[in-house]
Design a protein around this ligand. Structure first.
Ligand code: C5J
Length: 221
């Protein structure tokens, strides 16, 4: 399959491609969660849910592999370095009890993926202690076992966990494409800059395209 993308056409085979949705978790996206307690406008992130849901449904119908990630730590926080927990001296730290349970801790209500994008059987769910999806997760091995060579990225936030994961994937040899309307930041200027820097210099990190282009190619206009 060949689709129009930037900086040039992107070619992929569904059987060797995974859709990777980064950290579409209640605590980042829903009102009353951790993201909002930090003073962020979560409506910006909520706005990408319908497009991401359409992409997810179209990809599932096409039979493509789906990977969901969650930024999540063990309850004893043994996988959370003090540098991460204490950075910026926040009023609510990772592991503290927030509006939706313990912040960024596995199994807590706020740590779950939002209902609209909930994983289904057969999809990979990765709990990641870092910003990148490949650090300390085994994701590369899981993808290699399935013969995956191409990754389509969506999720939040564009310039933090999505961009970090895409750069990690790029360094591991994956051909990566960012779905422009399925990713968002609390800072619109940061999203715009991340999209530009990913596809600059001949696609130094990868490609970008709207999900509608992908869905049209899959026969889901
Ligand atoms: C993500 C963050 N998912 N901004 N986390 O981007 O801390």
């Amino acid at each position: 399959m060949n689709i129009e993308a930037l900086p040039f056409a992107y070619e992929f085979d569904i059987a060797r491609t995974a859709l990777v949705l980064i950290d579409m978790q209640r605590d980042f996206i829903e009102p009353g969660g951790f993201g909002e307690t930090l003073g962020n406008d979560v409506a910006l992130l909520e706005a990408i849910v319908p497009a991401t849901q359409r992409m997810l449904e179209g990809w599932r119908q096409a039979g493509g592999l789906v990977v969901h990630t969650r930024e999540a730590h063990k309850p004893d926080l043994s996988d959370c370095p003090p540098a991460k927990r204490n950075r910026g001296n926040p009023s609510l730290r990772i592991g503290d009890v927030g509006p939706m349970g313990r912040i960024l801790v596995i199994g807590e209500p706020g740590n779950q993926i939002i209902d609209a994008l909930a994983p289904v059987e057969g999809e990979i769910v990765v709990d990641k202690p870092g910003k990148g999806a490949f650090y300390a997760t085994g994701l590369h091995e899981m993808l290699k076992r399935r013969g995956i060579t191409h990754l389509l990225f969506g999720g939040v936030t564009t310039e933090v966990c999505v961009q970090t994961s895409m750069r990690e994937a790029n360094d591991r040899g994956y051909e990566c494409l960012l779905l422009e309307d399925c990713t968002e930041s609390y800072f619109p200027a940061f999203k715009a800059a991340a999209v530009e820097m990913i596809r600059a210099q001949g696609g130094i990190v990868g490609w970008t395209a709207p999900s509608t282009t992908l869905l049209a190619a899959l026969g889901h206009p």
